[in-house]
Design a binder for this molecule. Structure first.
Ligand SMILES: NC(=O)c1ccc[n+]([C@@H]2O[C@H](COP(=O)([O-])OP(=O)(O)OC[C@H]3O[C@@H](n4cnc5c(N)ncnc54)[C@H](OP(=O)(O)O)[C@@H]3O)[C@@H](O)[C@H]2O)c1
Length: 333
């Protein structure tokens, strides 16, 4: 019986408007009610965790709080029987790490309906290499494919290409045979993006603000992880009938565009939400990521960190300096 088990968590406190994270000892009795208690071995780092840890009230309303929108580990208590005690599970999205204590703690308690069985051939670390970012990249690719995207149509752009979502999108699309143009602000990351399979790497100035309402079409399709003005410029450069999957807002939540790309070129803008979609839809993409969409290079280049390294790693996200996939391993000291 694990009720009242003590555990370590990286918890953020509001000290007069200054949000500070540190390792603390908590008890499972402190966790909110839920059907399933999970001993978390690994979590994954996401931009949203950085927002939560820095006091963004759109993500986390009340502090102290344990962030971590992703978690993988073993079920140690189950009120429903499914998932059963001993099962390895993945939990991403819904309220995890937002206002429910998240994967930066060694235990989480959640509804059974948030738990996906571990994908075949994966362990908790592998699942967290992909995490919400990998799931989102998979959903973005899936939307493009559903709209009929094919490699022979031409180049596919990926913005924020060195980031957690972007880098996985680059590798999946390259493995599917697409000519990927990685758009990145990190000049020193060009080789890494090419090793993930990008055919070309171009700087963010490819999407610099241009007053013209439409530009020469360059890309057949695109995955956009940044939003804001770069997305508005990208839409002007999509070939007729092309599609753009969008998931992010690091360059801003506003989209100042005209209707022209949509009505003159029939461009499709496809919104992607990885958080609240039905569990069965998440499971479809997890299965693909563990099989036909597997990303061996992302898996090989993932970086493992300890709880003590979370603070620096999360700050890098807010500065747009983070690259690739970062996994929190609770067994690291
Ligand atoms: N809709 C969903 O369900 C969902 C799920 C997961 C993530 N997201 C969102 O997707 C976005 C990306 O998440 P992530 O975890 O991949 O974050 P990330 O690792 O920080 O990657 C974002 C990347 O965008 C680029 N970038 C940063 N600041 C920028 C700016 N001001 N202008 C243009 N590009 C900028 C950087 O890549 P380069 O240096 O290579 O340009 C950065 O690495 C976030 O907004 C996140 O909230 C949404």
């Amino acid at each position: 019986m694990t009720t009242n088990t003590e555990f370590k968590a990286w918890r953020v406190e509001d000290v007069d408007g200054d949000y500070r994270g540190s390792e603390q000892t908590l008890s499972t009795a402190d966790l909110t009610d839920g059907e399933v208690l999970i001993k978390v071995s690994h979590s994954s780092l996401n931009y949203k965790d950085a927002l939560s840890a820095s006091g963004n009230k759109g993500v986390t309303r009340a502090f102290p709080h344990t962030p971590g929108i992703d978690a993988a580990g073993e079920v140690v208590e189950s009120k429903t029987g499914a998932p059963a005690i001993g099962a390895q599970v993945i939990v991403t999205g819904y309220d995890l790490g937002m206002n429910t204590a998240g994967g930066f703690g060694e235990y989480i308690r959640v509804p059974a309906a948030w738990c996906v069985p571990m994908a075949k051939g994966w362990n908790a670390r592998t699942a967290m290499i992909y995490g919400t970012a990998g799931l989102t990249a998979g959903l973005c690719v899936q939307k493009l494919l559903t709209m009929g995207a094919k490699p022979e149509q031409g180049k596919v752009a990926v913005t924020g290409a060195s980031g957690a979502v972007g880098s996985v999108a680059v590798e999946i699309l390259a493995n599917l045979g697409f000519d990927v143009v990685a758009i990145s602000g990190k000049a020193d990351h060009s080789d890494a993006l090419k090793s993930l399979g990008a055919k070309e790497v171009v700087g963010r100035d490819a999407l610099a603000e241009d007053k013209k309402p439409m530009l020469k079409p360059v890309f057949a399709n695109a995955v956009d992880t940044v939003g804001g003005n770069p997305l508005a410029e990208l839409l002007k450069q999509i070939l007729p009938g092309g599609s753009v999957s969008i998931c992010g807002l690091v360059a801003g939540p506003q989209l100042n565009t005209t209707v022209l790309p949509f009505i003159l070129r029939g461009v499709n803008l496809l919104g992607v939400d990885s958080v609240e979609i039905p569990l069965a839809d998440k499971e479809v993409v997890w299965t693909k990521l563990s099989g036909e969409w597997k990303c061996p290079k992302t898996e090989a280049s993932a970086k493992d960190i300890s709880r003590a390294e979370l603070d620096g790693a999360l700050k890098a996200f807010l500065k747009g300096e983070s690259a690739g996939k970062i996994v929190l391993d609770h067994s690291r000291s």
